[in-house]
Design a protein around this ligand. Structure first.
Ligand code: ADP
Ligand code: MG
Length: 242
């Protein structure tokens, strides 16, 4: 087992550029999709199959631009003190349907509030991207174990799967734009994760053993106001996530 601490300095600038380009592509793309859809009814049988290809390719462009848009820097004003337990619960709920189809189940062993100063939408995206990768790594079902703890001033969140794992020689490529081993992957998920974590002064470690599974650990600074929050909102404290 080997440990990877990822630094993503250079990706921050590329990320801004990519998000900007994606934004510019999105509006014309939406227009094209709309018009193509209108034209469909005029097509004969032969054109219909061409239409299907055009539609699925446009949808793919849309997927890629949506992921690149996530690299856009959030305004500092959008940062709030957030308990990550309900955020993670929400993400698990989002992916449960897709997971159950593959016989994959979530074990959220996390019963205490942890507060982080963050952009909630972006952190949600981090969780979704990592949980998705975990689900997709398991062909024959299994369990994804999610845990969180607070060590000194660092919130540590671990997502462990029982999937195919990552071969040693591929570990260095993780997070490179468009690096994917999946037929329908975009290879942008981890890049987005690294960028968002960087914006939050966080970090990530990926431990993996091929054949056994992967554990992704993310670390975020604990919110300095967490003590105040935990004292003033006892209902949030000790919340149990299942
Ligand atoms: P995508 O999911 O679209 O392929 P990502 O950036 O999310 O793009 O992931 C890049 C690659 O990293 C994946 O194609 C896969 O090979 C590998 N990977 C990421 N997470 C895991 C995981 N939990 N288990 C196994 N492989 C993973
Ligand atoms: Mg992914």
């Amino acid at each position: 087992q080997q440990e990877y601490l990822v630094h993503s300095e250079k990706l921050a600038v590329i990320g801004q550029l990519a998000a900007g380009v994606a934004h510019e592509i999105r509006n014309p793309l939406t227009a094209v999709k709309g018009f193509v859809q209108v034209l469909r009814s005029d097509f004969d049988a032969y054109s219909q199959s061409s239409y299907d290809i055009v539609w699925s390719e446009l949808t793919r462009i849309e997927e890629i631009t949506s992921e690149l848009l996530l690299l856009a820097k959030p305004q500092k004003a959008e940062f709030n003190t957030v308990n990550l337990v309900p955020v993670m619960k929400h993400c698990v709920t989002l992916l449960e349907g897709q997971a159950h189809k593959r016989d994959v189940y979530f074990d959220l062993a996390w019963d205490h509030a942890v507060y982080v100063d963050c952009n909630e939408n972006q952190i949600r995206q981090v969780f979704v991207n990592l949980l998705k990768n975990a689900v997709e790594s398991m062909e024959d079902g299994g369990v994804i174990t999610i845990a969180a703890r607070l060590v000194e001033d660092v919130v540590t969140i671990s997502i462990r799967d029982e999937g195919v794992g990552i071969p040693e020689e591929l570990k260095a490529s993780l997070g490179d734009p468009f690096y994917t081993t999946k037929e329908k992957g975009t290879g942008l998920g981890l890049m987005v994760v690294y960028n968002i974590l960087k914006e939050h002064q966080g970090s990530i470690e990926i431990h993996s053993e091929p054949g056994l599974g992967t554990e992704v650990v993310i670390m975020l600074p604990n919110s300095s106001s967490s003590a105040v929050l935990q004292a003033s909102t006892p209902s949030d404290h000790g919340m149990t996530a299942t």
